[in-house]
Design a protein around this ligand. Structure first.
Ligand code: ZN
Length: 259
């Protein structure tokens, strides 16, 4: 994988946005690979107005590239709220590659957010555009990267250092079992996984997970028995290989994307 964005660029592009789009899209097509199968290249889908989309010709995974000079691991701006929520509900969200480039057209960071880590918890509704805006009343959304467990955010490039492909693919294989969960169940499972990662301990107690009860209840309004729901998710995470039950009320986290 190369980090240089510009290999050849004609003079046909004048606006900085246009140049950024062309060079980042070109870089993605030359350097990105499929994380879900052994395919070492991705193919560009026909350009649409906003997003840059690529897909794997072997396993048909779709990847969307979002690039910027800024690096914000807390949240990023996405498109319309309603269409994003409907994509989440129908498991129709692409994998997202968030890329940062420098003023010298070098790739500094690239983070791949796995498609099945997009749940309603991580989509934040923005305020409608004001009545003086061209698209008055339009409602966009933010993707709350911070709410996504580290397991689902694969660091393809971290501060200019490329993570070896085999390591990324093995990280993806560890999270792949989550993709088999129905979207309605996955939200809870991923939110509990995120709390476990926030505890930042290899071994932890049920009471430590319960300390996130208020947050989890707020993310899932309408659920009365939050503690029971938490215990169900811990069992599910154990069955999927993310946890071990050590003794009653004690758990050991089996792996972490950073580990
Ligand atoms: Zn593939």
């Amino acid at each position: 994988m190369k980090l240089d964005l510009v290999e050849s660029l004609g003079s046909r592009y004048d606006s900085p946005q246009q140049i950024a789009r062309v060079v980042t899209e070109d870089w993605a097509a030359r350097n990105l690979y499929c994380v879900a199968c052994p395919c070492d290249f991705l193919t560009r889908l026909l350009a649409n107005t906003r997003a840059v989309d690529l897909f794997c010709p072997q396993c048909k995974q779709v990847f969307q590239l979002k690039s910027s000079r800024n690096w914000n691991q807390t949240k990023i701006v996405d498109a319309a709220y309603a269409s994003m929520i409907s994509a989440v509900r129908s498991s129709n969200v692409p994998n997202l590659v968030v890329m940062q480039y420098t003023n010298f057209w070098k790739v500094r960071n690239a983070l791949l957010v796995s498609s099945f880590f997009f749940t309603e918890t991580v989509i934040e509704k923005r305020k409608p555009l004001s009545s003086v805006a061209q698209r008055a009343g339009w409602v966009g959304c933010n993707i709350l990267l911070k709410q996504i467990p580290a397991d689902g955010k694969l660091r393809l490039i971290a501060d200019g250092v490329v993570t070896p492909t085999h390591r990324i693919r093995s990280q993806f294989n560890q999270i792949r079992p989550l993709s088999s969960l129905a979207v309605g169940l996955r939200g809870w499972t991923l939110d509990v996984l995120n709390t476990i990662r926030q505890i930042q301990k290899t071994e932890f107690a049920l009471s430590e997970v319960y300390s996130f009860e208020t947050q989890l209840a707020a993310a899932h309004p309408g659920n009365r028995n939050v503690r029971e729901k938490i215990r169900q998710q811990l069992q599910r995470l154990r069955d999927l290989g993310f946890l071990q039950f050590v003794s009653p009320g004690r758990y050991r986290a089996s792996m972490n994307a950073d580990g």
